[in-house]
Write a protein that binds this ligand. Structure first.
Ligand SMILES: Cc1cc2nc3c(=O)[nH]c(=O)nc-3n(C[C@H](O)[C@H](O)[C@H](O)COP(=O)(O)O)c2cc1C
Length: 214
């Protein structure tokens, strides 16, 4: 196994970037790449690694699902009392990472997260299956639990909510990340990959761009 880790090689050659034809707004490129990724894998194309600063000052990463990309903001939903929820409240500077192996593409995004509006969270919560709504109420996400406790809370809540609409718990909802930096990576042969970076300039109120060496 460890031998194959050293010897596995792949030459990336599926696509290439034409730098002078890239859009001036990185949102447009992200949308285009999300659409391409959806075409390859309609199930997991919206999975992204979300990294936060841990309470100890290190970093913490996990997968979450992108649920909307609206007006340049990246939205996902979670339990606000979870580890990530608490970490974002303490330090809203986060990063997101998409990797689409079939397309040999990666996108790295840095931004600031804030709570989505209650209406947005309510609307999304209402669209979820009942079992997921009950799951959101029942799970004390990221906390220790003994075997059977979660199942027992689910059974109690299922009975409690029988025949009634389930409202969103206040400890569950969306975060909207407003990006200020993007890096688009396209795999190329011989490790000569292409990297294109967008940074938001507050003074110019515009995106500046840069090519970066692989
Ligand atoms: C494919 C996939 C999708 C996931 N989507 C979400 C999500 O949208 N929201 C969420 O809170 N956790 C999601 N998770 C679970 C998280 O990765 C993580 O285990 C959980 O949120 C607890 O993280 P935390 O303890 O750092 O807060 C997903 C995991 C996987 C593998």
């Amino acid at each position: 196994m460890t031998d194959s880790l050293e010897t596995t090689r792949k030459d990336y050659q599926r696509s290439h970037l034409v730098f002078n034809q890239l859009p001036s707004d990185p949102s447009d490129l992200l949308i285009q790449w999300l659409e391409d990724a959806q075409g390859c894998d309609p199930e997991d194309y919206n999975a992204m690694v979300l990294s936060t600063r841990s309470m100890e000052g290190g970093s913490n990463s996990r997968i979450v699902l992108l649920r909307a990309f609206e007006e340049g903001s990246i939205r996902f939903f979670t339990n606000y009392d979870s580890t990530k929820g608490r970490e974002i409240t303490a330090c809203p500077n986060v990063s997101c990472l998409f990797f689409w192996p079939q397309l040999e593409r990666q996108v790295r995004i840095k931004g600031r997260a804030k709570l989505s509006g209650a209406e947005i969270s309510n609307r999304y919560f209402e669209s979820r299956p009942r079992s997921s709504q009950i799951g959101a109420w029942a799970s004390k996400q990221s906390q220790e639990g003994t075997e059977g406790e979660l199942e027992s809370r689910i059974a109690t809540l299922t009975e409690k909510f029988a025949n009634e609409a389930i409202s969103r718990p206040t400890f569950w909802g969306g975060f909207d990340i407003e990006p200020h930096e993007y890096e688009f990576w396209q795999g190329r042969p011989s490790r000569l990959h292409q990297r294109y970076c967008y940074r938001w300039s507050q003074s110019a109120r515009a995106w500046t761009t840069q090519r970066i060496d692989p």
